[in-house]
Design a binder for this molecule. Sequence first.
Ligand SMILES: CC(C)(COP(=O)(O)OP(=O)(O)OC[C@H]1O[C@@H](n2cnc3c(N)ncnc32)[C@H](O)[C@@H]1OP(=O)(O)O)[C@@H](O)C(=O)NCCC(=O)NCCS
Length: 166
Amino acid sequence: MAATGSGIGTTTLRCLGAPDAVAVQRLHEHLDQHDSYMRWFGPQPKQLTTFSDQLCECNDRRCALGAFIGEELVGVGSYVALERVSPPTVEFALVVAQGDRLHGIGTSILKRLEDEAYLHGARRMVAEILGANAPMLQVIRDRGWAHSLRRDGSTLHLEVKLHGAE
Ligand SMILES: CC(C)(COP(=O)(O)OP(=O)(O)OC[C@H]1O[C@@H](n2cnc3c(N)ncnc32)[C@H](O)[C@@H]1OP(=O)(O)O)[C@@H](O)C(=O)NCCC(=O)NCCS
């Protein structure tokens, strides 16, 4: 389990599993309409239970990392491998609980997610980000990936090569 300091206490990161699905569902249920739109480009999935169960399945194709403050899940980063794409590519997304943002949690989840993806064979990461999603775009810029964003209408497509832990 990796620990990282944040302005709101120590945040620990670990891979999520089936027992975490209820906490994952609760985190997503608390997203407001705006955040749901930023995450899914529309309303929340109707079957949030199914979504959370799937997200917590960690295998060769998918992985989810949780950020915890104490026992509380405050952020989730996840990826899914795209099929029949070369080089092996995963698509990722992040969510941090509203009350715990702006403390670097999203950034630390993303860094660890890259390492997990690389360890599981991925060599490229992609994401679709709404142009209006200033916080997520800031996370991407802070990561040094501004040059890897390509605009397509109201959406920005991110595509970065993975190099493994530096
Ligand atoms: C995007 C998200 C995961 C970021 O999580 P976070 O823990 O707040 O991220 P961090 O604290 O690591 O970094 C946030 C950065 O955005 C900046 N930021 C925050 N709100 C901002 C705003 N309204 N406009 C511009 N920048 C903003 C912060 O200043 C910080 O940058 P800095 O470190 O250079 O100061 C979080 O906002 C979230 O869950 N949003 C809703 C879901 C979502 O949009 N997911 C992305 C789908 S791919």
